[in-house]
Design a protein. Structure first.
Lengths: 490, 454
């Protein structure tokens, strides 16, 4: 029932906020804290083994073999946790936009988004997964459309149609698998696994690409990333953070849960190609990030680079890579949120995203600057930060897979350090120029948002074991099934 | 069968209202009468052949006519203010009611003569209604165009019926059906010409490409409630007739019509969505959308199998969403605006409820989960994939992506900051209607199993 609560509660809260209309932000914050508490209860009563726990399986659309089947294992749990931890922070961070039009609509949409995100991470029925997957798109689209910046109509529509195209491809693939499930056709994940694995290699390859493109668009992996920088830039910061810190994990999660165990032969055939694309994306995005003048775009491109590395690590198909991917997903969620929020703070004070117009903020706002530095170091994977654990494991797995991939991907850690530190230098160091004079330091509320992030980045970097152990069994189990299948004589 | 009596009686009562001067009580009478008709229709199964075997109220017709009368009930609710402000209330409501009788007959005909009568009863009333804004050139044009195209289609239909009669010697559907399966007596080749002519006639009515070109002009010119009537009730009735004819009566000769429907389906999906992108009048956008949805339904017919229930679900979802959209357009017109995209600018500011309902309607028409439009499209896609028409499914997906583009054009405009600031107020009855229809769009989509009657 806890799983149902985690899905239903944000929706109920969203409806309450839409109806009450007053005190929208306080209510939203309270709702997200209750959701966080519920997820904490879930974590504490979770047994870290490979089984699906807290599962609820209700009849839904019987005539089409669809059930409301949800449950969590270690992988799902970590992502649910990421969602529920970040959501109160995101909501608290959005409070500055006090002049926000229509706050009740804004916060309702955010909470509906949370419902869909949690739903995606816990769904164990193909159709249900698809429904949540699409439902996550609607609120974020309207958040960007209603509260976004210039030229938002065109850019957000491109984003919407782009991702919808990918999703529909996935839907076709799902339906195709559905018709190959043994016996009475079902959308249940185990039946879909069976159906996919029984297919010949040719069909598995086609299905591999149908799923992979859908997920790659969401992440985004090169060359399906073209919607991302514009959308991140034009979206209100809350939207950007929702997209980058949580929503793109839907794509990675999809690869782990719905792509790899479903079509192992297709994976064997095309996994390396997907990995090459991911690694190319890493380098490509890092190089573009080097020449960005707009700090929001800079982080958008750095995000593509990080996600590319995660995706590449997944396709190595070894448990180090997958563990690294799990940590890096959490770490990336935290750091990208922190970075975007610091930039938002600067933008609120000085109304600029252009780095050349800033400078010397450190001398007037030391707290902000220090927080920014720690999060930034987390992002470029300095030891003792969360980013280090993730990137180390990921690159390690790539080196084991093939040294070239490891070397090329490792290059990006250096490039990442270059563009990030350069950004820090431009904005924070040097003379206080024009816009940066008279810059107020962090307010109490901003501290409440950023300090938890800083603490988490450091704690996760020094002692990641408890989190890693949550997902370890589930990861090993999934990998074991896939490898086991691949080594069987055909 | 009683449903026909009840609605006919309502029509006659409407005419008498003028003479006996109880016009004020007329709309409540119609509403109550329609509720009675819904009940009569829902429980009217297996009243068997009626009118000397001319109509047959089997499961199919009961379900379809119940849907039609239910939508008619919501339609009267929606059009309340349109009727309320008019002098010729009685004539117009009588025409609409008689038209509904035609629609019900189209779900239940067992004889070609009744097919013809049903289509004529349905259409002739609408020719007059389309032109009921007498002083408006567009309305007159709409009426005239609709009349010409309608007569043209009827011509095809009659010719087809004549040829089929010549080949089989009967107007009765059951007799024709057994003639097509009778191997001992091969049918003459002009029978197949007859089938194709009937196909053309019906295609005009359901407005699929290339027989769709009248629809945008007629939809644009006719008064909005009448447009809503045409795009929901007329469409449902025409599809009921199409299913009754082709998936039952002519099922054995599917080799004559299947390819034709296949080609028309692909053309409809692509042409309608591409053309809709270039429209700036919201009524025209919805007209092309309506043409497009006919294309989606053709997927089911091309895929074959028992698709009556699937098409019913799709039509129900489509009709509810369309009613919302036209209700919103109607309210915007009532506030003294036109219906170009620019008139929708900033609707969210002027009346959030109208904007939100329009958004939900358009999202459903675009096929976004968890609304009913999505599940309808999903069922069609699975049907296509099941029967091996993967290419058709891909065309449909491509078309629905373009669909998202033009539906979202309207949505984006509604939330823009441009436009005037005159607020729009709507009555409580209309608010309740919008909430009910929105709830239906969601409930139909989330619990489709509650609505499987066939």
């Amino acid at each position: 029932m806890l799983t149902i609560f985690l899905i239903a509660w944000p929706l109920i809260a969203a409806i309450i906020i839409a109806v009450v209309k007053q005190h929208a932000r306080t209510l939203a914050l309270a709702a997200s804290l209750i959701e966080l508490a519920a997820s904490m209860v879930m974590v504490t009563s979770f047994t870290p083994d490979a089984s699906i726990q807290f599962s609820v399986d209700l009849p839904w659309i019987a005539s089409a073999g669809i059930r409301f089947n949800v449950g969590v294992d270690g992988i799902s749990l970590l992502l649910v946790l990421l969602t529920t931890v970040l959501m109160p922070l995101i909501i608290l961070a959005s409070f500055t936009t006090a002049q926000l039009k229509n706050p009740s609509a804004f916060y309702s949409l955010i909470l509906i988004m949370q419902m869909a995100l949690v739903g995606v991470f816990v769904a164990l029925d193909g159709f249900l997964f698809y429904i949540f997957w699409e439902m996550a798109l609607i609120p974020i689209y309207f958040i960007c459309l209603l509260w976004g910046g210039d030229d938002r109509a065109r850019i957000t529509l491109k984003f919407f149609i782009y991702t919808l195209a990918g999703s529909l491809l996935m839907l076709i693939a799902m339906v195709y698998l559905y018709f190959h499930t043994p016996g009475i056709h079902r959308f249940d994940i185990q039946s879909l696994y069976e159906a996919g694995r029984a297919l010949p290699i040719g069909e598995q390859s086609i299905l591999f690409w149908a799923f992979f493109i859908a997920f790659a668009i969401k992440m985004p992996v090169f060359p399906f990333h073209t919607w991302q920088p514009d959308t991140y830039q034009v979206a209100p910061t809350t939207g950007t953070v929702l997209l980058s810190a949580i929503m793109l994990k839907m794509g990675i999660y999809g690869v782990i849960r719905w792509l790899m165990p479903m079509v192992p032969l297709g994976l064997q055939e095309w996994g390396t190609t997907a990995m090459v694309l991911s690694v190319v994306g890493v380098v490509y995005a890092s190089v573009i990030a080097l020449i960005q003048k707009n700090n929001k775009r800079l982080i958008a491109y750095s995000s593509i680079a990080h996600v590319g590395l995660i995706s590449a690590g997944l396709f190595t198909m070894n448990s180090i890579g997958w563990q690294g991917a799990m940590v890096q997903m959490l770490s990336h969620g935290l750091t990208v949120f922190g970075l975007f929020y610091v930039i938002e703070i600067i933008h609120q004070r000085k109304a600029t995203h252009t780095m050349n117009e800033l400078g010397g903020i450190r001398s007037v706002a030391p707290k902000l600057s220090t927080v920014f530095l720690i999060i930034l170091l987390g992002s470029i994977a300095l030891p003792f930060t969360s980013g280090f654990v993730g990137e180390f494991l990921l690159i390690n797995s790539l080196v084991q897979y093939q040294i070239v991939f490891g070397a090329v991907a490792g290059l990006t850690t250096i490039l990442g350090a270059v563009y990030m530190l350069r950004a820090f230098q431009k904005m924070m160091l040097g003379e206080s120029k024009g816009a940066s004079v008279e810059f107020a330091d962090l307010s109490a509320r901003e501290k409440w948002v950023l300090y938890p992030v800083v603490v988490l980045v450091i704690v996760l970097g020094i002692y990641p074991t408890p989190l890693l152990s949550l997902s370890e069994a589930a990861i090993n189990n999934l990998l074991y099934t896939i490898n086991d299948y691949l080594t069987l004589p055909k | 069968m009683y449903v026909i009596y009840i609605i006919c009686a309502l029509g006659i009562v409407s005419l008498l209202a003028e003479i006996f001067n109880f016009k004020k009580a007329l709309l409540p009478i119609i509403i109550i009468g329609l509720i009675a008709a819904i009940v009569a229709s829902a429980f009217g199964e297996n009243t068997g052949l009626a009118f000397s075997g001319m109509v047959s109220f089997d499961r199919f017709s009961v379900v379809y006519s119940t849907l039609i009368v239910t939508i008619a009930f919501f339609w009267f609710w929606m059009a309340y203010s349109y009727f309320h402000n008019r002098l010729n209330l009685t004539d117009q409501s009588a025409l609409v009611l008689f038209s509904i009788v035609g629609a019900v007959i189209l779900t239940a005909f067992a004889n070609m003569a009744m097919l013809f009568l049903g289509i004529e009863i349905l259409s002739i009333a609408l020719y007059a209604l389309a032109g009921s804004k007498k002083n408006n050139l567009f309305s007159t044009e709409s009426s005239f165009k609709y009349f010409l195209m309608g007569s043209f289609a009827t011509g095809f239909l009659l010719m087809g019926i004549a040829l089929v009669y010549g080949a089989t010697g009967s107007f009765e559907l059951s007799a024709i059906q057994s003639a097509t399966t009778n191997a001992a007596h091969p049918l003459p080749s002009f029978f197949y010409v007859g089938v194709l002519l009937i196909l053309v006639g019906i295609s005009f009515k359901v407005s699929v490409v290339p027989f769709h070109f009248w629809a945008p002009d007629v939809y644009e010119g006719a008064p909005t409630p009448i447009t809503a009537f045409m795009s929901t009730i007329v469409k449902m009735a025409a599809f009921a007739a199409l299913l009754r004819l082709f998936t039952v009566c002519f099922a054995a000769v599917s080799f004559t019509w299947l390819v034709v429907f296949y080609v028309m389906c692909v053309l409809t999906l692509i042409v309608s969505s591409v053309t809709a992108v270039y429209q700036s009048n919201v009524k025209r956008i919805l007209a092309y959308s309506s043409v497009g949805h006919a294309g989606y339904i053709l997927i089911a017919i091309v895929s074959g199998g028992n698709v009556g229930g699937l098409v019913l679900y799709y039509l129900a979802g489509y009709a509810v969403a369309s009613l919302i959209a036209f209700a919103v357009i109607h309210q915007i017109e009532e506030s003294g605006r036109t219906v170009f995209l620019s008139d929708f600018q900033g609707l969210f500011r002027k009346n959030p409820l109208l904007a939100v309902s329009m958004t939900i309607a358009l999202l459903s028409l675009a096929g976004i989960p968890p609304l009913t439009g999505f599940f309808g499209k999903y069922l069609l896609l699975t049907q296509a994939i099941r029967s091996g028409h993967l290419a058709l499914a891909l065309v449909a997906i491509f078309a629905s992506l373009i669909g998202v583009y033009y539906y979202f054009k309207v949505i984006i405009v509604m939330y823009s900051t441009a436009g005037d600031d005159r607020l729009i107020t709507i009555t409580t009855a209309q608010k309740v209607l919008l909430f009910m229809l929105m709830a239906l769009v969601v409930v139909l989509g989330v619990f489709p199993d509650w609505f499987t009657f066939l």
